[in-house]
Design a protein around this ligand. Structure first.
Ligand code: TA6
Length: 311
């Protein structure tokens, strides 16, 4: 059983328009509504891969109710959100069919009180210590009211319970939590540069490890995934770019890394899976989903170069 934490869950809405032109009215040609927020997307991909997964975080108000109901319908997903008096946010992705570009608009999320945060912490400690929890993923932005050191606390609790923990966030919450020594972080190039001050990915991944992360997997868009781990360093590259909606591609990479970790795959295989899943999500209509045919086609064609650490 894996656990994903989405403190700022969302109901994700995607509008497809023929071409996005500022200052004009658009006729939407397709509307997609899905449970979202990064950890929720990770959970949906893990479940589609056949893993049992529990989702936690906060859910409240009408959108929170819809989120719980939709997720409860998903096979292999157990819903364990903590309540919040405020209303779970919505996000809007506007997909421009002409260019293939997506414009993302994310609400800030509900204000979380200190009592709600304390109640969540108690339930998280229980979930992470539950026998059979194989890994935990901490994903996404923090809603207002949640302390900036939240992920550092959650990383420490997972490590105290001897459960491997993967962190996918940005900014100050990432900087503080890296010092708590997560097993894996998965920043994109921008988040890694913000953390380390270096725009050179090889140097920045080394720096992020020095700051405390055991393994760093940087997602570099068309350049694939760059990993620096205690077992060695590798780069996974896609055979060709995939066109489509990139929203949620990083979440699917996290699901690939986590499932590979839980199955005991060696790092190169984990990276190949993460990259193929990420590209297969670009080929799918929404975050938290992937095109299985694209995944199966790409997986054997991902190139992984690098080497294990010297013994
Ligand atoms: O990665 C895509 C996505 O997970 C969307 O589904 C949306 O809910 C958003 O990102 C949330 O990201 P944030 O950083 O605002 O927590």
């Amino acid at each position: 059983m894996m656990l994903t934490v989405t403190l700022n869950a969302a109901l994700d809405l995607t509008y497809r328009v023929p071409a996005l032109v500022p200052h004009t009215t658009h006729r939407v040609t397709e509307v997609i509504e899905r449970p979202g927020g990064k950890g929720v997307n990770v959970a949906r991909v893990l479940a589609a891969l056949g893993h049992e997964v529990t989702v936690t975080g906060f859910a409240g108000g009408d959108t929170g109710r819809v989120l719980r109901e939709r997720l409860a319908d998903q096979p292999r997903v157990t819903v364990a959100f903590a309540p919040v008096a405020g209303t779970t946010r919505r996000t809007l992705a506007v997909a421009d069919a002409a260019t293939g570009d997506t414009t993302q608009l994310n609400e800030p999320g509900p204000a979380v009180t200190s009592a709600e945060w304390a109640a969540f912490l108690g339930s998280y400690e229980q979930l992470v210590r539950r026998p059979g929890t194989t890994a935990v993923a901490l994903c996404g932005s923090l809603p207002p009211g949640v302390p900036v050191g939240a992920y550092a606390l959650l990383v420490r609790a997972a490590r105290a319970a001897h459960v491997p923990v993967l962190l996918d966030t940005s900014g100050e919450p990432l900087r503080r939590a890296v010092a708590a020594r997560p097993d894996i972080i998965k920043p994109n190039a921008e988040e890694l540069a913000e953390l380390t001050g270096s725009h050179e990915p090889a140097r920045a991944t080394r720096d992020a490890r020095r700051r405390g992360a055991h393994a760093v997997v940087a997602s570099l868009g068309a350049d694939g995934l760059l990993a620096l781990t205690p077992d060695g360093g590798w780069q996974a590259r896609p055979p060709a770019p995939v066109r489509g909606n990139p929203t949620g591609a990083g979440d699917s990479a996290v699901a690939g890394l986590l499932s590979g970790l839980a199955e005991g795959l060696p790092w190169p295989d984990r990276l190949a899976r993460a990259l193929a899943l990420s590209a297969a999500t670009v080929a799918a209509p929404a975050a938290g989903e992937f095109d299985r045919a694209t995944y199966e086609d790409l997986l054997p064609r991902v190139t992984v170069t690098g080497r294990p650490a010297a013994a």
